[in-house]
Design a protein around this ligand. Structure first.
Ligand SMILES: NC(=O)c1ccc[n+]([C@@H]2O[C@H](COP(=O)([O-])OP(=O)(O)OC[C@H]3O[C@@H](n4cnc5c(N)ncnc54)[C@H](OP(=O)(O)O)[C@@H]3O)[C@@H](O)[C@H]2O)c1
Length: 180
């Protein structure tokens, strides 16, 4: 089941961030030609969502801080907004979907930038793991259309340190715990 072109550490991110991003986007009926804004685009869900949205043929605006612009562009973001300098809810654009991956905004705040039937959503709980979804993700990964972004890999002995790092809320992509 592991994608052949991923290490075990990389593959471990797929049933969490990868699957959650996929199920969220599917629930929002993402479809070719749409425009999506992803808030928290440099986190685990954000980096998966950018790549999935591009796979589905959607224009992506990524909201993250400037230090992550290069990262999000390298995985497909078409436009970038630095949340430390600009309030994305005040821009003159309209989106089909606003995905608040970092869970810092609200539907009411995003109303101005949503098209008439636009959809705003935050993260669901970790979705039920279904084989068909994992096989879909495996397929697009093996076709080179998605790759997990790994920030740090910690050993199981460093799990407290790992949680402290993640809890700061500034990781780039995914943090993995390696169990030998
Ligand atoms: N990962 C999963 O599998 C999963 C599954 C379900 C739910 N969740 C929940 O979903 C949320 C996001 O998790 P995550 O793992 O994707 O990311 P995360 O670890 O929360 O990382 C957030 C990323 O967003 C950026 N960020 C921080 N504050 C921001 C703000 N105000 N506006 C825009 N960007 C901001 C950070 O970059 P800067 O350094 O630039 O600030 C960082 O790269 C968390 O609440 C988590 O509990 C996660």
């Amino acid at each position: 089941m592991k994608p052949e072109n991923l290490s075990f550490e990389e593959a471990a991110t797929i049933p969490a961030g990868g699957l959650t991003a996929l199920k969220n986007l599917q629930k929002a009926n993402i479809s070719k030609g749409q425009k999506i804004l992803i808030n928290g685009a440099s986190g685990s869900l954000g980096t998966f969502a950018i790549q999935l949205a591009k796979y589905f043929g959607v224009e992506v605006t990524a909201v993250c801080s400037e230090k992550n612009f290069e990262l999000v562009k390298s995985i497909g973001a078409d436009k970038v907004i630095d949340y430390t300098k600009e309030d994305f809810t005040k821009i003159n654009e309209k989106y089909d979907i606003v995905y608040d991956a970092v869970m810092k905004s609200t539907k009411a705040k995003c109303k101005r930038i949503l098209k008439e039937n636009g959809i705003f959503f935050k993260n669901s709980q970790l979705p039920k793991t279904e084989e068909k979804d994992l096989l879909f993700l495996k397929d697009i990964i093996e076709n080179g259309e998605m790759k997990p972004v790994i920030d740090r890999i910690y050993s199981i002995e460093q799990i407290v340190e790992a949680h402290e790092y993640v809890d700061k809320g500034h990781k780039k992509g995914n943090v993995v715990i390696k169990i030998d």
